[in-house]
Design a protein around this ligand. Structure first.
Ligand code: PLP
Length: 361
């Protein structure tokens, strides 16, 4: 009997392997890993694979996902990556640590931590140039001074996030600057910052080349655990699996067709006026998977078939090199955006598989 289509095949052993290799690689130089669960919506089996791979801290941007993971019985330290003032009460209830940049939010967290008879731990994010979240370095002393006056908040670390909005690369200069800020804060306020969280999957290259990693002792990794790649150039990390996820869909039409549409050309389904190159008549396959299911631009055919285009419900493949028949299955690999969308789609079934897979050399 055939499995359901479309489906996302997930290899838990490959994810566990990736988590293990990365924990060891970074651990050798004193860097602990937070496994970031948002790319897979906190799917408990996948997060459990990260935990089995030696990751003891799980981070997500949504408090609802953290609540779900806790209720699913996962045992780890939970870190909230994005904190909203309106959710302060759930944050202190479900997250052990949250990343923060606003005093109003910290005050609210302290208020609810007190109400729930707990001390909430906070990592203060510093703006290091990427212009997403972060307290400006010039405001940091004042921010920390005020935060330390809050009775039920404990500042446990500093962090920064790069390569997300501005595309700023983590490098020796900005990582060194973060370390200097850590030292200056400790000197000024006479307490130790236990966690210095230097970034995400985009920090691989910096780490790989750094002679001195300074005070950085933590990274928050999603993409490199799940997809085996660093996030600056999307280069595969040696020894990791890059295809732990594969999307499988069904061919619903296979025909010889011309490569040029006939008739007057207006807008396509998404408001673009398409252009085509004449390649003569060729074999095309229509796949029952579309933009309603997944970010089709983030897919690659596992058999190197060219994706000619996509609409809400279809992907059109050039299948000249690989004849396909109606009812055949085609496999796609996914980037982070496509993975996120596929995990969210109610039309795509998730299936855990054992497969040998491909490991980056
Ligand atoms: C999503 C996110 C991460 C993980 O990023 P990857 O590139 O997937 O490793 C880390 N930190 C923050 C603040 C995030 O929002």
């Amino acid at each position: 009997m055939k499995s359901v289509l479309p489906r996302l095949e997930i290899s838990l052993s490959q994810i566990r392997h990736n988590a293990q290799v990365l924990s060891k690689l970074y651990g050798k130089r004193g860097i602990s890993i937070m496994g970031v669960s948002k790319g897979v919506l906190g799917e408990p089996s996948i997060i459990n694979a990260m935990i089995q791979g030696g990751i003891h801290s799980i981070a997500d941007s949504r408090i609802e996902t953290i609540e779900m993971m806790k209720n699913a019985g996962l045992s780890a330290q939970f870190v909230l990556l994005r904190t909203a003032l309106s959710q302060a009460e759930s944050v202190v209830q479900y997250a052990d640590i949250s990343l923060n940049t606003e005093m109003a939010t910290l005050k609210r967290l302290s208020y609810y931590a007190r109400a729930h008879n707990t001390i909430h731990q906070v990592i203060v994010m510093v703006e290091m140039g990427d212009l997403r979240e972060g307290v400006l370095p010039g405001d940091l002393f004042r921010f920390i001074r005020q935060a330390r006056l809050l009775s039920h908040i404990n500042i446990v670390g500093l962090g920064c996030n790069l390569a997300c909005y501005g595309g700023v690369k983590p490098d020796h200069k900005n990582m060194h600057e973060l370390s200097n800020l850590v030292a200056a804060i400790e000197q000024e306020f006479q307490f130790k910052l236990e966690i210095v969280s230097g970034g995400n999957s985009a920090n691989y290259e910096w780490f790989h080349h750094a002679e001195d990693i300074g005070r950085v002792n933590n990274l928050r990794l999603g993409e490199s655990i799940l997809l085996g790649r660093e996030a600056l150039n999307r280069t595969a990390i040696p020894g990791l699996y890059t295809q732990a996820f594969q999307l499988v869909a069904e061919v619903i039409e296979a025909k010889q067709k011309p490569s040029l549409p006939s008739g007057d050309i207006g807008q396509d389904a998404f408001g673009n006026v398409p252009r085509f190159r004449d390649r003569g008549v060729g074999q095309r396959s229509l796949v029952a998977l579309g933009r309603q299911d997944v970010l089709t631009s983030g897919l690659r055919s596992a058999d190197a078939l060219e994706i000619l285009g996509s609409s809400s419900d279809h992907i059109i493949l050039d299948s000249n090199s690989h004849p396909l028949r109606v009812g055949d299955e085609v496999n796609f690999t996914l980037n982070y955006g496509a993975l996120l969308a596929a995990m969210t789609s109610p039309f795509i079934k998730k299936q855990f598989v054992a497969n040998a897979g491909y490991m980056a050399a």
